[in-house]
Design a protein around this ligand. Structure first.
Ligand SMILES: *Cc1c(COP(=O)(O)O)cnc(C)c1O
Length: 374
């Protein structure tokens, strides 16, 4: 049996340990220090964002981002239904109410038409505008931000970009995460770069990031003693994990090209099969191809492929189960067009790590081709 092929596993570049060693030598074993500042500067430089605050997770970044946008009790937040649960949970932490918006077929991300339908309907039904929009760039694919930002401006509702999966992706040369009012990234173990666990909030509004830093470090007022006028959190990134992040930033572009190579390989080998479709970039869009995904013609084809891969010790996974189908969110309002349910039924994520070898990719495509014969 071949060695296990993972969906997306950590891939160190080699210099990460140097940054950690330096932190030990200088005794910066704390949730602050030169690596944290250095990592934030790297992220600002790479994305072009004016400000950045490094945090313990992408989930924490979404939470603080919602606080910056003034989301509180009973406020409604429009949110992509086709996403990972961490996009939605912080809405609940704030006592606010998620309203789910379906995807469009081109990018699989939030559908601008459904978004506008939802806004109009909420205003009519509730007499109150939704407080924020959370757009997710799933699998690294840039969303239709031109259309979404136009709607955001038309109704004056701010946008938080969940770019947890989209570090390095761009639309018309702008980094995902820097187009809306606030953007967030994740550095969890399976993401395009990892700090073992971590996240960041970025913005061109420096105040958002400064206030997030204040809240992330327990909201300490300026006083020699401990004094607090607001509720804070313990969300600041550690100087050790930030060291991993600095090393990872050095090889981010290289790893993106390797992920894109994976996608191109799958497409070259499989796009002749009429029951397999690939996700294409928008004009002007550049995806980091965090995960390579296929859309098959039926649940049965999808399962046949998934089980054949599993038998060969190859990990694959159905696309995200939409939030409006999750037991915990089943009773929330939603604006649907069938796209995300279709993707969930027929879609599959293939192994996509930057550390895959050509022989792995060959074994994966050979296994898939064998199932398509029947
Ligand atoms: C991973 C992820 C998050 C959460 O990030 P963590 O760092 O794991 O908290 C949020 N949204 C999406 C779309 C993600 O993939």
């Amino acid at each position: 049996m071949n060695k296990k092929i993972w969906l997306s596993s950590p891939h160190m570049g080699g210099t990460e340990q140097n940054y950690i060693n330096k932190a030990f030598e200088e005794n910066w074993i704390a949730p602050l220090g030169p690596n944290v500042n250095g990592f934030e500067n790297d992220l600002k430089e790479y994305t072009g964002a004016t400000a950045c605050t490094a945090l313990t997770s992408g989930t924490a970044a979404i939470h603080l981002g919602l606080i910056q946008l003034g989301v509180g009790k009973e406020d409604e937040v429009l949110c992509s239904t086709f996403t990972f649960v961490a996009t939605v949970n912080p809405i609940i932490y704030q006592g606010a109410i998620p309203v789910f918006v379906d995807s469009e077929e081109e990018t699989w991300n939030m559908c601008p038409e459904q978004l506008e339908i939802a806004i109009k309907d909420r205003i009519e039904k509730k007499g109150k505008k939704p407080k924020a929009i959370i757009v997710v760039h799933l699998y690294g694919m840039p969303s239709k931000m031109d259309e979404i930002m136009e709607i955001s401006r038309k109704y004056d509702i701010p946008v938080l970009e969940d770019a947890a999966e989209a570090l390095g992706s761009t639309l018309n040369r702008k980094a995902m995460g820097t187009i809306g009012d606030i953007g967030i990234f994740s550095f969890n173990g399976n993401k395009i770069i990892t700090t073992s666990g971590g996240g960041a909030i970025v913005s061109n509004n420096e105040e958002y990031c400064q206030d997030s830093l204040f809240l992330a470090t327990q909201a300490r007022d300026a006083a020699p003693h401990y004094q607090h006028s607001r509720i804070g959190y313990n969300y600041r990134m550690s100087n050790i994990t930030a060291g991993i992040g600095r090393g990872q930033m050095e090889i981010l572009d290289k790893h993106i090209s390797l992920r894109r190579r994976n996608h191109d390989f799958y497409k070259k080998e499989l796009s002749n099969y009429k029951n397999i479709q690939f996700l294409e970039e928008l004009e002007g869009g550049f995806s980091n191809r965090w995960l390579s995904c296929i859309l098959t013609d039926s649940f049965d084809t999808r399962e046949k492929i998934r089980l054949a891969l599993q038998e060969n010790n190859i990990e694959s996974r159905p696309l995200w189960k939409p939030m409006h189908l999750q037991p915990i969110f089943i009773n929330y309002d939603k604006y649907l067009n069938g796209v995300s349910e279709n993707l969930f039924e027929k879609g599959l994520c293939l192994p996509s790590g930057s550390n895959l070898e050509i022989a792995d990719l060959e074994l994966i495509t050979k296994t898939i081709k064998n199932t398509l014969k029947y």
